[in-house]
Write a protein that binds this ligand. Sequence first.
Ligand code: SF4
Length: 365
Amino acid sequence: MNNSSPLDYRSAELTRKFIEQIRRITTQPWNIMEICGGQTHALLQYGIDQLLPPEITLIHGPGCPVCVTSLEAVETALQIAAQPDVTFTTFGDMLRVPGNHQDLFSARANGADVRVVVSPMDAVRLAQAEPERQVVFFAIGFETTVPSIAASILHAERNAITNFSILPANVLVPPAIHAILSSPENRVNGFLAAGHVCAVMGYWEYEPIAAQYHTPIVVTGFEPVDLARGIYQTVRQLEESRCVVENAYSRAVTREGNRTAQALINQVFEPVDRQWRGIGLIPRSGLGLRAAYRSFDALERFLVAFNTLVESPLCIAGQVLRGVATPHDCPAFGSQCTPSSPLGAPMVSSEGACAAYYRYQRVKP
Ligand code: SF4
């Protein structure tokens, strides 16, 4: 099973073999959290959650970048987008994320120049093409999106593009794992770490976390065989009372990660405290621009002010993101809250747990 060809990653037979191994070695209940929202969707899409033995509970983590972007950041984005001569650019998923009273989609309908881009470099090109406008890019996402954002800032600097800036809202995975594992409400026994994040950052940062909290962490990918293998290796560690970091995604991930990308990140950004929607402030869990690049920070260019931040009283997204509730526990799931009429970010995002439960029809047991 370890010599899979690339064509084998979706093999039903290999996936079933790992599931059988999990059933064979499991002797007691274990809660395993997949950090990444992309993995949540893949687990439900391929039905792996339904194939696991009843002792194994999958807990969906906070790794949906759209879901954890703070309400404060969304409100800031709305205020900047509403200013004259501003073109506000964003990944498409952020358009429908609710702010206090509206989202970027409705702001656009009301006349704001909000445009969807697929990369921050698209926003730089817009700034070059329209020098009379201030072009702002909403910098959301985990470590995977940061190298391209750093590159866009360096490109703007080199080419003296002064009408480009970013609204910094990037977040980091390791501090979130710390926050989950140190919480009194924690019930996670083991983690699946996201392969794409580790492809950039490596997994050396996870080793002290696994040791400190006596919790196994297995790096894995997004295909059914990857996920089943990752769960198997996590359960095997738990059953053997081991707690180390293992790499079940070696075709893409090394311990050190992509040093070039890391150097790019470190040149432009530094760790800062950040608010996570539904979770709260996590120390040093975000990235802010270093002093040398702070002129590209939209918060230095635009005045924003708001007194109140209002979440839907029905939405329990915070509990879902912390892994202490499932979308089924939300009274609004599938009734007041649907993908076409979302009350919270996890129902909007293509990586949100609520959207995954809705899409793959996980009905309440
Ligand atoms: S179903 Fe909707 S209202 Fe409920 S937690 Fe999810 S996003 Fe919030």
